[in-house]
Design a protein around this ligand. Sequence first.
Ligand code: AMP
Ligand code: ZN
Length: 491
Amino acid sequence: MIADRPEIRLYNTLTKSKEIFTPLDEANVRMYVCGPTVYDYAHIGNARPAIVFDVLFRLLRHVYGDDHVTYVRNITDVDDKITARARRDYPGVPLNQAIHDVTQTTEKQYKHDMSALGCLDPSVEPRATENIGEMIAMIDGLVKGGHAYAKDGHVLFDVRSFISDGELEYGKLARRSLDDMIAGARVEVAPYKRDPMDFVLWKPSTDDEPGWESPWGRGRPGWHIECSAMSARYLGETFDIHGGGIDLSFPHHENELAQSRCANHTEIMAQVWMHNGFLNVEGEKMSKSLGNFITVHELLETDTFGGRTWPGDVLRLAVLMTNYREPIDFSIARLNEAEAMLQKWKTRILEGGLKFDGSTAAVEAGAGPCSKLIAALANDLNMPGALAELHRHAREEGLHHAQRLYGSLQLLGLADEASMKAFVAAEAEAMEDVDQTGVATRIDERLKAIANKDFATADAIREDLLTQNVQLMDYKDPETGERRTKWEIRK
Ligand code: AMP
Ligand code: ZN
């Protein structure tokens, strides 16, 4: 925890305004983020909430102390998409075994990918199937409290029962009236529903579908109730921050909020509802159903995108370069830009005198991010402001700025000792491949050519060296004013 706590302000979808954040309990700041449905690799759009809320998690840990923040991200391991995938990919295998394989494999891939993207493990990653008892109990309470009804093996939430002070509460997060919702949404008009907007809490399963015994017969939970049950179990009936992608704000979060408040008889579910914007490809949301998605796995391990693999920190920065509420247009140009930035920052950290060979205590001595970076993040995760701070330290000379730069990148999950060591090693390896005396000779030849105004030859030498990844940089000798040339390996 830091002594001089910055004021954190967060944009709350519920109030449509940026508010000062005051945790319900400073000793335990609590955040819930809707996690993946595990049937396929996560695409880079799915990674956006994981990365964005990881930055918020890191900020909260920095401000309130590592042991005073609880971050829950669930794993949805029961869903019709999972069942369909298991049937498709494991013909002939008993369905429950196939489902187990699909969910276990996908969950492992997800965790691997998110950690490659620099995301810390959440404090708890509960699986839906391990919380069915909690869901049944919550649904039972809703039925008994007059907020839900059972019909034909289904249990539905009665949206019109969610009233406070004589006013209908359902729709307040989405800011839509029931009539607008009905007109706008393609809601399933089922015979067992009282109102078209009533949504499923529990549904019956056929014998071969996954199912659990319940007061309403053998069945399985709807998606929304999962998050209400798991957040209550691991964070309590009310907590601080609830996050996810903007597509989840309606109906998923509206429904979670309705269920939780009605079941727990509370005024709020979460204090702040936060939503990240979409990651788009050519103007369209990246999504599995549109088929325009690139998985994190492909980006990390294959040459599907741009003919090469991309390091996790480059992907992470490419996502963080844009304010979290704005849309991102995902492109190769964006990745190149992120990569160049990271390389420059790492180079500046080394030039500033930080060593990563265990020989000095400079790294520890420099621990800690720059306070202006923290102030930028505390302002609703203002990443463009944070990047400006990083650029400012990269422009300045000296150890202090190198330390601040490194400390700030560490906080953002963009650099650590291991990645800096790998960077040093890669630089050394690239240098080994270069004939350094040869380069010095060519530089002399080029400087002579320039002196003779033979610019064609000078340019040809520059181009030739570039093909060997040697990048020349001219500068003026500060004392004599003469033209000099230095070089580095182009990455
Ligand atoms: P899903 O597995 O589809 O439920 O999505 C998991 C998380 O990723 C949710 O928080 C979604 O809101 C989020 N998400 C899905 N697609 C995108 C996208 N293209 N851009 C940003 N976030 C997304
Ligand atoms: Zn959820």
